[in-house]
Design a protein around this ligand. Structure first.
Ligand code: NAD
Length: 475
């Protein structure tokens, strides 16, 4: 197992010799320890990336494309092994982990196709005096910081387009799930990525790590996925060096059910949008706005579906919801649920932690939630669905948009015209219309408002990792 720092193609112990324990959230057992990177290690990693980047950028787009396609194939060849690793350190059910590996790998295939189509433009100046030629060179060294909820995909969604454009990277995976990141990097090197182009430096001291990365003059961009609060800290620090930033931050998705919707389809969509990956996704449905005349049927069907969820160790093939990442997550979700009940919400399923080993919480449904209740302003990040009845579409939309977060939203209705109209009025970067799942490497992923800056995936994703240079040319 890859358990050291990957710097300049070499596996090394950190300068301090300290190790970070990695724990299985289902059992509480220690799985491994990984080397704990210090500020000196990060600085060296940026140095290595800077040296490697120049040669990498000088390779032909076709050569980069073929290496990236090889990464796609290599990750797929190791899908079962990687899925098991994800389940062990993150806890999500094996089926979700397997889906994550397929999704993570696909960013390499998609961006291998983008690498050879990274076009600029040329046009005449309005005066006719010259041509305006626009090209998109790579930025240089990109520092990437990623969360624990998708230990593989949140890395490949950044690495694949960054490499396609000719950049090199230094990655700080979450200290809770570093094993997948290290193994993915090892597989990418075996697929042909040259030494130094991908460096991985886990740490138990993220703020010091980031300071060292920002201080290195070769660092030119910060690409972050994680909570809005940490994103704001990184934005402030990045401003000191006017670094380019891309931010994929938290969500608080509304899930809207009109009474003309197929309620079975809406329930299935709700279970996908709420519960996949142990209900710990940034796009998770967080507030269920249900038209009053459909509330009873939807609540009954969602309650039945939530009661049928099998919570347990993700390695068990029957498990459909794994543990939360740690005890702190269990405690904070329970506190939100209990205060919501105290505020008048009605509990129809779950409502408490599961006693015993591991960090498990019962799939929970709360109904009769007031649109302005405190729970509606939290990104719950766990298996709790809150149902908010509505009668007036305009009022409902005001409440749905009454949050500083705007990542994803969902609309269920049999009237597609109404669905499009409501989708357009949602202040979110991504909408699922009669769909509970929206992530796709071919689509632009990202949020409005405080859910982020920039987009990952689609052809937008590669341009995030490019500069724009214009040459005024006369001939
Ligand atoms: P987090 O913000 O706590 O941590 C994310 C990463 O930032 C981790 O690697 C962590 O070590 C690092 N970090 C924390 N403090 C830091 C600091 N001061 N300096 C530098 N790095 C620091 O988030 P999390 O708990 O790992 O993940 C859950 C959050 O991520 C949720 O809010 C979720 O919505 C969000 N998320 C967003 C997307 C998206 O694409 N928009 C995807 C997945 C997760």
């Amino acid at each position: 197992m890859a358990e050291q720092l990957l710097i300049d193609g070499k596996w090394i112990e950190g300068t301090t010799g300290d190790r970070i324990p990695v724990v299985n959230p289902s059992t509480g057992e220690q799985l491994a320890t990984v080397a704990d990177g210090s500020p000196i290690d990060v600085y060296q990693a940026v140095q290595a990336a800077s040296a490697a980047q120049k040669q990498w950028a000088a390779t032909s787009p076709r050569e980069r494309a073929e290496i990236l396609r090889n990464c796609w194939q290599t990750l797929l060849n190791h899908r079962d092994e990687l899925a098991k690793l994800i389940t062990l350190e993150n806890g999500k059910p094996l089926a979700d982990a397997t889906g994550e590996v397929t999704y993570a790998a696909e960013f390499f295939r998609w961006n291998s196709e983008e690498a050879v189509r990274l076009h600029g433009t040329i046009g005449s100046a309005p005066s006719g005096a010259n041509q305006i030629l626009v090209r998109h060179p790579p930025i240089g060294v990109v520092v990437m910081i990623t969360p624990w909820n998708f230990p593989a995909a949140m890395i490949t969604r950044k690495v694949a387009p960054a490499l396609a454009a000719g950049n090199a990277t230094v990655i700080k995976p979450s200290e809770l799930t570093p094993l997948t990141a290290l193994r993915v990097a090892e597989l990418c090197e075996s697929a042909g990525v040259p030494p130094g182009v991908i460096n991985v430096v886990p740490t138990s001291a993220p703020a010091d790590w980031f300071d060292a990365a920002v201080e290195h003059p070769a660092t030119r961009m910060v690409s972050f996925t994680g909570s809005t609060n940490v994103g704001k800290i990184l934005l402030r620090r990045s401003a000191d060096r006017v670094l380019k930033v891309s931010m994929e931050l938290g969500g608080n998705a509304p899930f809207i059910v009109f009474d003309d919707a197929d309620i079975d389809q809406a329930t299935a969509g709700a279970m996908t949008a709420k519960m996949r990956h142990s209900a710990e996704t940034c796009t998770a449905a967080n507030r269920f706005f249900v038209e009053q005349s459909a509330v009873q049927e939807f609540t009954e069907k969602l309650t039945t579906a939530m009661n049928a969820v099998t919570v347990g160790d993700g390695l068990n093939p029957d498990t459909t919801c794994g543990p939360l990442i740690n005890q702190q997550a269990v405690d904070s979700i329970d506190q939100i649920v209990q205060s919501s009940i105290a505020d008048g919400a009605t509990l129809t399923a779950g409502g408490s932690p599961i006693e015993g080993t591991g960090h498990f919480y019962k799939p929970t449904v709360l109904t009769n939630v007031e649109p302005s209740a405190a729970i509606t302003q939290h990104e719950i990040f766990g298996p709790v669905a809150t149902i908010i009845p509505f009668t007036n579409t305009g009022d409902m939309l005001r409440h749905a948009n009454n949050t500083e977060l705007g990542l994803a939203g969902y609309v269920f209705t049999s009237d597609v015209g109404r669905g499009m109209n409501v989708s357009e009025q949602l202040e979110v970067g991504m909408v699922g219309l009669n769909r509970g799942s929206i992530s796709d490497p071919a689509a632009p992923f990202g949020g409005m408002k405080q859910s982020g800056l920039g987009r990952e995936g689609a052809s937008d994703g590669i341009y995030e990792f490019c500069e724009t240079q214009y040459i005024a040319v006369s001939w």
